[in-house]
Design a protein around this ligand. Structure first.
Ligand SMILES: [Zn+2]
Ligand SMILES: [Zn+2]
Length: 102
């Protein structure tokens, strides 16, 4: 039996596979990720849409210039979306369509 796991976006319920949802969260809901560049220690923060949890990570570079952040914003958003998706799977599995017991 073929097992196709379709995950659903917790915000708009769009269904997709893991990779599709990863890209959907990144491109469809960019407001969940904050990239702070106007502070001494630049960071990005990703917020869970279902609970108050958020995850913040300092950008690993001594000189994260504005140019650097713009160039790598796409990568940052990809990483942030992955963190969020892992959190959703770990903490809110049922809300994204993963059966509770299996
Ligand atoms: Zn969505
Ligand atoms: Zn959460």
């Amino acid at each position: 039996m073929e097992e196709v796991s379709i995950l659903h976006c917790p915000i708009c319920r769009e269904g997709s596979d893991y990779r599709g949802l990863h890209l959907h969260l990144k491109g469809g809901h960019p407001d969940m990720v904050t990239i702070a560049t106007d502070v001494p220690r630049r960071y990005f923060e990703v917020r869970c849409p279902l609970c108050p949890e958020s995850y913040r990570q300092t950008l690993k570079t001594g000189k994260a210039t504005i140019e650097f952040v713009e160039e790598f914003e796409d990568d940052i958003r990809l990483v942030a979306s992955d963190i969020l998706l892992q959190h959703l799977i770990g903490e809110h599995a049922e809300r994204i369509g993963i059966p509770a017991d299996r």
